[in-house]
Structures are given as C-alpha cells and as structure tokens.
Design a protein around this ligand. Structure first.
Ligand code: PHE
Length: 355
C-alpha cells in the first residue's frame, strides 16, 4: 500500500477531523453540516468537484477524500454518542441507588361494591337473576304503578329530585325524576314479560337528603322480587333468613317487625342481631341489640294489576335493602360519608388490600 500523499486540502481536513472529539453539541452539528452537508459541505463539494480535476489530482485526492468522508462520519457519530452519555450521567447524579423503593398501589374494589357482589351472589345461588333499570325514571313507575296515591308526601319536591320541576302536572305520572328507590325496576321487569319472576336489582337511588353521618343524596340499593304460583309470606321469611345467615354468619338472629309500604301488603322490616356487640346492646345499635337491614312484604295486588299480572293466580314478595347501610353495620363504619370520596385510609382495609 502506498502512503496517502499529503495534498494541502487533505492536511487541513485531517486537522479538523482531529478536533471533532473536542466539540460541544451545537458546534458538532455545525461542523457536520460544514463538512458533510449535502449542498454546502466542503467534503461533499470536493468529491463532486473531483470529476473536473486532472488525472493526477484524481489519483492523489480521490482515495484520500473518500477515506476522510468515512472517518468524519465515524468521528461525528462517536462524539455524538459520548455527548449523550455525558447528559445521561449528569441526569442520574441525583439518583440514590441505595434508597429503598416506593411501595406500589394495587387497585381494589370499593367495600360497598364487594358487599353488593356478595349479596347478589347469595341470591344468584337461590335462582334469582340480576335485573337493572335506569336511574332516571318517571313518576308513574317510581310512584303511581307502585300504588302510591298521587298526593303521597314522598312525591314532594322536598324528598324527590325532579329533573323537570316546571314540566308536567304533579301526580299525573309524567314528571321525570331521579329514582328514589330501585322498586320501579319491579314494574319494568313485570311489564317486560309474564311471570314467574325471581330477580335481584342492584343500583343507585337518589333522595333530596342532606349529606350527613347517616344520609347520602345518592346511595345503593338492592331490590328483590319473587312472583310465582303459590308463593307466600313463608317463602319471604325463609329466603331472607337464609340470606342473613349466609351474609352475616349462621349465628345471626333475625326478626320481622310490621311496617308499611304502599307497594307491599302486609309489609315488614327485617332486623338482624347487632353485628358490633352481638346483641348485647352498644352505641352502634343504639342500645337495642338489633339493626334494621331491609324493608319487605308481599307484593300488593294493585301493583300486580298495574303490570297486567293476575293476582288471583300469581303471588309474590319483594324486599329492598341498602348496601351502603349494610356495609356500615357489618364493619362498624360510623359515618356514611367515609364510604364516599375514595379515602385510602378506609378503603385500604377492605378487599384485596385488606387481606
Ligand atoms: N323501596 C323501599 C325503600 O326504598 C324498600 C322496599 C322494597 C320495601 C321492596 C318493600 C319491598 O325504602
């Protein structure tokens, strides 16, 4: 191999090549354009110009220029790499590799959601399907079809959140509202097809209540409806007792107290022995030893008739309970507001995180 002749052009370019390794990022970018740029690059220009040179110059310059081009490309890439390394190094100076890692958060379902799923699952095992309905309802299904008289105080604006207060005549059935209970879904289920029905209906209900320790304007309910031939109050009591034993444990005591709902007759409220004190009386059960967990009763024959179900042939029972309240009773949560707003100090004790 012959030694590359020292053409003066090559000498200056080699000097610039040697300085590539000292350039900072902006100077490197400028030098790359100045040497290799496709239009004005010095080396590019020389290579393009080679065609016009004498045979002698072609020989002395050609090989040298091509070798320099490769050398520039390699030197620029290498310098760019070490500049990037330096930046990364600078950025990582504040990292203390001996520091313990931060604990990652694992998501979990809300305790009220877990309670809803557990209740639905128990009734599912008894042959109940799940039905749902919209939270925006009309006055007819929320009240009138459920045998509320048109002047019933629950229909008052003080209690019910109407979405078109200025709209249709109060009591005529057409007013649009946020459902005050999940019971209108009973009507939807019965109007959708003939009996028998066995459904549980989880969902949100709304009332014009202040947000205090025991009330929330939006809360969960689970409705139950069983209609068939020959269904009696015995079925209601046996089923709800079974539910309580599955949900609260076999040692739970239950009692039924007479009550009133327009859509059931007779009506009752079911209590379970206090989950906090076991029935010996404590502040959580206000010293009674009992906690009310649901309302229930035999479906009123007017309700069946309003849904074209013949009360001479079909009978049934229904219940409604509040999973927010049941969550509070079961775990001794003193204020319903703790179950809203996603406070991890409370939520972290439940479900997958609490295990
Ligand atoms: N809808 C009633 C309430 O919200 C509960 C209930 C449902 C009572 C079904 C009896 C039968 O208070």
């Amino acid at each position: 191999m012959t030694q590359m002749p020292d053409h003066p052009v090559l000498v200056t370019l080699r000097e610039r090549l040697a300085r590539i390794a000292e350039l900072d990022a902006p100077a490197l970018a400028a030098e790359e354009i100045a040497i290799l740029g496709r239009k004005q690059g010095e080396l590019t220009h020389l290579l393009r110009d080679l065609a016009t040179r004498s045979l002698e110059e072609k020989r002395t310059l050609g090989a040298g220029l091509n070798a320099l081009k490769l050398a520039f490309e390699a030197a620029i890439a290498a310098r760019r790499g070490s500049l990037a390394d330096a930046v990364r190094c600078e950025e990582s100076r504040d990292v203390d590799l001996t520091m313990p890692g931060r604990q990652g958060w694992v998501g979990t379902r809300h305790p009220v959601t877990l309670v809803v799923e557990e209740i639905v699952e128990i009734f599912h095992g008894l042959g109940f399907a799940v039905a749902v309905g919209p939270e925006v309802e009309n006055e007819e299904r929320n009240f009138l079809a459920l045998n509320f008289p048109p002047d019933h105080p629950a229909m008052d604006m003080h209690d019910t959140l109407y979405l078109d207060a200025q709209g249709s005549t109060p009591g005529a059935g057409g007013r649009v509202l946020l459902r005050t209970h999940t019971s209108p879904v009973q009507i939807r289920v019965m109007r959708a097809g003939p009996p028998p029905y066995r459904v549980v209906i989880p969902g949100l209900a709304y009332r014009n209540d202040p947000f205090d320790a025991s009330h929330a304007p939006a809360f969960t309910q689970i409705e139950g409806l069983a209609v068939d031939e020959g269904v009696s109050f015995v079925d209601l009591k046996a089923t709800l007792r079974h539910f309580a034993e599955r949900f609260f444990g076999s040692r739970v005591k239950v009692r039924f107290r007479p009550s009133f709902f327009p859509f059931t007759e007779p009506s009752a409220e079911m209590d379970v022995s206090c989950q906090i004190c076991g029935g010996t009386a404590c502040p959580a059960c206000k010293g009674t030893g009992w906690m009310e967990i649901l309302g229930c009763g035999m479906v009123h024959e007017n309700v069946l008739r309003n849904c074209d179900v013949d009360p001479e042939r079909w009978t049934g029972w229904a219940f409604g309970m509040g999973p927010h309240r049941i969550t509070m009773l079961r775990y001794g949560v003193p204020d319903i507001r703790l179950l809203y707003g996603g406070d991890m100090r409370l939520l972290g004790q439940f479900g997958e995180l609490g295990r």
